[in-house]
Design a protein around this ligand. Structure first.
Ligand code: SIN
Length: 339
C-alpha cells in the first residue's frame, strides 16, 4: 500500500508478526499472534498518512518466540535491500516483544546503513481494549520519518520511549511499559509523534560494524555457529554444559549468578569446554551491571570472555557473530568491549 502524498518520506514496513498483529480468541483469555495483517493495522491509524508514505513487505508471520537465525538473516537482508534504495528513507519492522531485543541488536550489528531502522511491537493484541499497538506504530513511523533518527543504530519504539538496540530489554511479562534501557539510558522520548532525542550511542553499530552486510548478501549466505546459553543456579551440576558441548556448541554464554559466577562443579565444566576450544562468555542473570574480567573468576587463566554490559541473549548474538570472524579469545574479548 503506498499513500499518494509524494513529498512525505517513503518508509518500508517489514512485517514479522507478534502481538501487535495479534487477535484475542473469543471466549478465551489468550490470543493468537500474527493474526492481523499490517495493512489492517495501518488502516486503523489513518493519521499515519500525515507522517510518511508506507509500503509493506511481509517477511514472516510468527510469534517472536519462534524467531531464529534464518529469519534474522532474512530480515537483515530485506532491511539492507530496502535501505539501499535511494527512494526509501527508513525501515520500520513490526515484531513480537519477546525476542525484540535480540533481533534489534542483531540488526544493529549487521545493517550497513545510517538510515533509521525502527522495531515496534505491542504488549496487547490489536483487538484488546486500549491496545497499545496503534500508538506504538504511529510513534515508530514518526521516529523513522525523522532524519535526526539516523546514525543512532537500530531503535526500538514502545510506550512513548525510544530505546537503543544495545540497551533495550524486555523486563515485564504483561505490562505495556515492559521495555527498559538500564545501563546507558533511553535514546529519547516520542509523544504523539513529537521526538525528543538524547545523546547518540558510543559503541560501534551499523556502518561502523565489521559484521555489516553488503547490498549483495543473500538471505541464505551465512551459516551461524551454534551458541547456547546456560542458566546458572544454586546447586548446579555440569550435565547441561557437557550436553551443549556434545551437541556441537562452538560458543557458550553463561547466564551466571551476580558478576557472572558459577559454582565449582559447573565452573570446572565450562573451564574444560574452554580448553577444548569452545568460546565461553560470562554474562549475568542479574538483569543489570557490568561483568568484569578477573574479579571473582580468573578469566585469564581459564580462557573466558567477559560479557561487559550485555545480557545473556545479546551476548549470544554477539558471540555468534564474533565466531564468524575469529576463535581467538583475546580478539573475541575486544569485540565484547567494542560493541
Ligand atoms: C511475541 O513476542 O511474538 C509475543 C509477545 C508480544 O509480541 O508481546
Amino acid at each position: 500500500m503506498v499513500h499518494p502524498t509524494r513529498s512525505l518520506p517513503l518508509i518500508r514496513i517489514l512485517a514479522t508478526g507478534g502481538t501487535i498483529a495479534g487477535a484475542q480468541i473469543e471466549g478465551e483469555r489468550g490470543y493468537k499472534a500474527a493474526a492481523f495483517s499490517v495493512e489492517a493495522l495501518i488502516a486503523a491509524v489513518p493519521r499515519l498518512a500525515e507522517l510518511a508514505q508506507l509500503e509493506v513487505e511481509h517477511v514472516a508471520a510468527i510469534g517472536s518466540q519462534d524467531m531464529d537465525e534464518a529469519t534474522w538473516q532474512k530480515i537483515a537482508v530485506r532491511t539492507q535491500a530496502a535501505l539501499a534504495s535511494a527512494e526509501i528513507a527508513a525501515v520500520v519492522i513490526t515484531h513480537g516483544t519477546d525476542t525484540m531485543e535480540e533481533t534489534a541488536f542483531f540488526l544493529n550489528l549487521v545493517v550497513g546503513s545510517d538510515k533509521p531502522v525502527v522495531l515496534v511491537g505491542a504488549m496487547r493484541p490489536a483487538t484488546a481494549i486500549s491496545a497499545d499497538g496503534p500508538m506504538n506504530l504511529y510513534n515508530a513511523v514518526a521516529v523513522a520519518a525523522n532524519p535526526r533518527s539516523g546514525g543512532r543504530g537500530v531503535l526500538v519504539v514502545a510506550n512513548d520511549e525510544i530505546h537503543f538496540a544495545r540497551e533495550v530489554a524486555k523486563t515485564n511479562t504483561t505490562q505495556v511499559g515492559t521495555f527498559a534501557s538500564g545501563h546507558r539510558g533511553l535514546a529519547g522520548l516520542v509523544h504523539a509523534g513529537r521526538l525528543h532525542l538524547y545523546a547518540p550511542p558510543v559503541r560501534r553499530h551499523t556502518l561502523a560494524s565489521e559484521f555489516a552486510l553488503t547490498k549483495n548478501t543473500r538471505a541464505d549466505e551465512r551459516r551461524w555457529p551454534r551458541v547456547d546459553i546456560v542458566y546458572a543456579h544454586a546447586g548446579m551440576g555440569r550435565e547441561l554444559i557437557d550436553a551443549a558441548v556434545q551437541a556441537g556448541a562452538r560458543g557458550l554464554v553463561i547466564a551466571g549468578m551476580g558478576d557472572g559466577n558459577l559454582g565449582a562443579v559447573a565452573l570446572a565444566a565450562v573451564a574444560a569446554a574452554a580448553r577444548a576450544g569452545v568460546a565461553v562468555v560470562r554474562s549475568s542473570r542479574a538483569g543489570g551491571g557490568v561483568v568484569e574480567r578477573n574479579i571473582e573468576v580468573d578469566d585469564d587463566a581459564l580462557g573466558f570472555i567477559a560479557a561487559d554490559e550485555l545480557n545473556p541473549p545479546k551476548a549470544r548474538v554477539l558471540l555468534m557473530l564474533g565466531l564468524t570472524r575469529t576463535r581467538d579469545v583475546g580478539q573475541l574479548q575486544e569485540i565484547f568491549f567494542a560493541y
